[in-house]
Design a protein around this ligand. Structure first.
Ligand code: GLU
Length: 418
């Protein structure tokens, strides 16, 4: 993601706040995160040496509830990016109307170069470093890029050991045997499916006649591909960090997943099958497909490639995949963009379900989780779609309008006086 992710976010915020008729004074507080913490901490490496790592936790806004948002491990993460990601969490929670504010965390590291033991020590040290900020009624981390249930289990354990009591609700996306919710791992991908089905209905698109390309094959991209294929869409291309594979007749996802499971060190560039061509991560974005789903990192659709995109619909499974400049180009080209803060909100919705289950010590089954997720995604999509039609604005602007209005109303109702 480019370092100007935060300025892209500010542009989107300004545009929506102005469309809503708010003066700058009324929403200026949303242009600044409430709290930013940078931490550095030592980690003992397997060879006995000690390395210092730097991490962040940014809390953007808490007017609607405790801060909520993931923690990512990435060599290229920086504070400005984490600020943007924290603000996007505020809008995401507001657009689907779950009672949270927004936060995000990150550690500068390359998990590929770390052993499991090193990763565990890093995660625990980071947890201790941000401990003053987090808690089940304060700020609740979750998985994001390069973090999963395993890391969430470590965070929960470290927090609990220091507090002296097991505190399941301090983090979501935990292992199911440790207070995690069934359906959480698949939730973002399922949410992308529900919004893709809704936009398809509105545009008269039939899944069986629709080709889809998905950039990114991590937790979000791989589940999205699977559930879209199960619903009849033709997934013709997927990619990971090594590049992509393309078959205009549709990919055999079962065989791809089997290959990756049997060869854990392999990437998609090592996968071979008849009629498959290997493409780059740039090429996957400009394939002649009906629906494009960026599900990797931010800043992928830019003013350099936005004019070459051939898809009629873009469903943003990643956070911030489209720069503000590219967004204007897509809007002018009348490409339908289901924005990230709506399309990928399934993860935080089921995080909310997990947190509720933890607070009540009462667990739901997978059918209940998926049905409630579907209800929220369908309702939120309908809300954004109708604002977009009523006001004659893009779905992104409409989603921001819905979100920002909710946050400003909450702030005004609470009042600023102390
Ligand atoms: N990291 C996910 C996101 O960007 C999930 C956040 C959460 O569940 O708190 O939406």
């Amino acid at each position: 993601m480019t370092t100007d992710a935060f300025s892209s976010m500010l542009k989107q915020l300004d545009k929506a706040a102005q469309s809503l008729g708010y003066s700058r004074e009324e929403y200026e507080f949303l242009r600044h995160p409430e709290k930013e913490l940078t931490v550095s901490f030592p980690v003992v490496m397997d060879d006995g040496s000690v390395r210092v790592f730097t991490g962040f936790r940014v809390q953007h806004n808490s007017h609607r509830g405790p801060y909520k948002g993931g923690v990512r491990f990435s060599p290229s993460i920086n504070r400005e990016e984490v600020k943007a990601l924290a603000a996007w969490m505020t809008w995401k929670c507001a657009v689907v109307n779950v009672p949270y504010g927004g936060a995000k965390g990150g550690v500068i590291c390359d998990p590929k170069e770390l052993s499991v033991g090193e990763l565990e020590r890093l995660t625990r040290r980071y947890t201790v470093a941000i401990m003053p900020l987090i808690g089940p009624d304060k700020d609740i981390p979750a998985p994001d890029i390069n973090t999963s249930a395993r890391e969430m289990g470590w965070i929960m354990d470290t927090f609990s050991v220091f507090k002296g009591n097991t505190t399941l609700g301090v983090v979501t996306g935990k292992p199911v045997g440790l207070g995690g919710s069934v359906g959480r791992r698949e939730a973002t991908g399922r949410g992308v499916l529900y919004t893709t089905l809704e936009v398809s209905k509105k545009l008269g698109i039939k899944p069986e006649e629709t080709s889809v390309a998905i950039q990114g094959y991590g937790n979000v991209g791989s589940v999205t591909a699977k559930v879209l294929a199960e619903s009849g869409f033709k997934v013709v291309a997927v990619s990971d960090i090594s590049g992509g594979i393309f078959n205009p007749e549709g990919l055999d996802l079962g065989s791809i997943n089997e290959f990756l499971a049997e060869n854990p060190k392999s990437t998609l560039k090592d996968y071979a099958a008849p009629n498959i061509s290997h493409i780059t991560n740039g090429e996957i974005l400009t394939l002649d497909v009906d629906i494009l789903i960026p599900a990797a990192t931010g800043g992928q659709i830019t003013e350099q490639n936005a004019n070459q995109i051939k898809a009629k619909v873009i469903v943003e499974a990643a956070n911030g995949p489209t720069t503000a400049e590219a967004d204007e180009i897509l809007e002018a080209r009348e490409i339908h963009v289901v924005p990230d803060i709506l399309a990928n909100a399934g993860g935080v919705v089921v995080s909310y379900f997990e947190w509720v289950q933890n607070l009540q010590s009462f667990f739901w089954n997978e059918q209940e989780v998926n049905e409630r997720l579907e209800q929220i995604m369908v309702r939120s999509f309908a809300n954004v779609w109708s604002v977009s039609k009523e006001k004659g604005v893009s779905m992104r602007n409409a989603a921001y309008m819905v979100a920002i209005d909710r946050v400003i109303s909450a702030a005004k109702t609470r009042g600023f006086n102390l």
